[in-house]
Design a binder for this molecule. Structure first.
Ligand code: ADP
Ligand code: MG
Length: 304
């Protein structure tokens, strides 16, 4: 499948003289089409800058990027197939939610008739607030309206900067479902940034971790979390180790650490119990993204 995004050696520096900040430092990154891609990093890592670059809002000092295989110079129209939300959309407090979509569609030169506007608002849970003035919306509602606005004109991809900012836990779960639905049902590529690890871990298929404008790691969430093993409390230990073979590592506490994949687990467990061993406990122990992420950030030294 074609790449949604291909970033090649992009650098972007802000400021001058002693106050220079390299927001992006020779960054290369690919995002495949389809699925949900998470851009993860602590505050100041360069996430918003990268998304601004990708949406053509900031010009990189160096490097290039392509959207669906095309540079903006070759094909500026490619931006029409990408919806973008950077920070909260500038909203007019005196317009209603529905009027806002109408105005934003007008700016984009796209038609978004009434039924479609209402369908978009329903999709982000703003059905009842459609006719209310945006000035009275909560931050979370404004954020939802912003997300709805990125869907105007049926984009092939949406780029969302910290989309769940300001939302309550229920709202976050709803947005998570919406992102999955967009990716799975509508085939829209979703690229979102977040400084919240568990958010990315829960919703994204692939992730890139940014740290000080550089790529600290990238890959499938399942791979980055990787290093899973099954921890068994089983007796007798020696007999279990013999049956499991090389994958077994006895622990000082008497348990056994087994390096296998999830798919292999049911067969191994039934083999062990069928052999008459007594299984008291079996649980997965993984290296979650959080520990991985914190480790990376600590390796990188202090924050600037
Ligand atoms: N318009 C700007 N002017 C000066 N510095 C900026 C500007 N935008 C971002 N920066 C700096 O660039 C770095 C990266 O910022 P940003 O891309 O907003 O990171 P993130 O979104 O990951 O928090 C930070 O050090 C930030 O202070
Ligand atoms: Mg940001």
């Amino acid at each position: 499948m074609a790449a949604f995004l291909d970033v090649e050696k992009v650098s972007k520096t802000y400021g001058r003289g002693g106050g220079v900040v390299a927001a992006l430092d020779d960054l290369s990154l690919q995002v495949a089409e389809g699925g949900i891609f998470g851009l993860l990093g602590p505050n100041g890592a360069g996430k918003s800058t990268l998304l601004r670059v990708v949406l053509g809002l900031v010009h990189p000092d160096k490097g290039s990027f392509r959207l669906f295989g095309k540079s903006l110079r070759e094909a500026p129209g490619v931006l029409r197939s990408v919806g973008g939300l950077i920070e909260t959309t500038r909203l007019y407090p005196f317009l209603t939610g529905e009027e806002t979509l109408s105005v934003l569609a007008g700016y984009a030169g796209v038609s978004c008739p009434g039924p479609e506007r209402r369908a978009l608002l329903a999709r982000v849970g703003l059905e009842e607030a459609a006719g209310r003035r945006v000035g009275g919306y909560s931050l979370g509602m404004k954020q939802r309206l912003g997300i709805a606005s990125t869907l105007i004109g049926h984009p092939r991809a949406v780029v969302l900067d910290e989309p769940t900012n300001g939302m309550d836990p229920v709202g976050i779960v709803e947005m998570r479902d919406l992102f999955r639905d967009l990716a799975e049902r509508d085939g829209v590529t979703v690229m979102l940034s977040s400084h919240m690890l568990d958010e990315v871990q829960r919703v994204c298929d692939h992730v890139a971790i940014l740290h000080r404008g550089r790529l600290a790691a990238s890959g499938a969430v399942a791979e980055l979390i990787g290093g899973d093993h099954l921890l068994l409390d089983i007796r007798p230990v020696e007999e279990a180790c013999r049956l499991i073979g090389d994958a077994a590592r006895p622990q000082p506490d008497g348990r056994i650490k087994v390096s296998i994949t999830r798919d292999e687990a049911p067969r191994l467990l039934s083999r062990l119990t069928a052999a008459g061993l007594e299984l008291y406990e079996a649980k997965w122990q993984g290296r979650d993204l959080e520990r991985y992420f914190v480790g990376l950030v600590e390796e990188g030294g202090d924050d600037r």
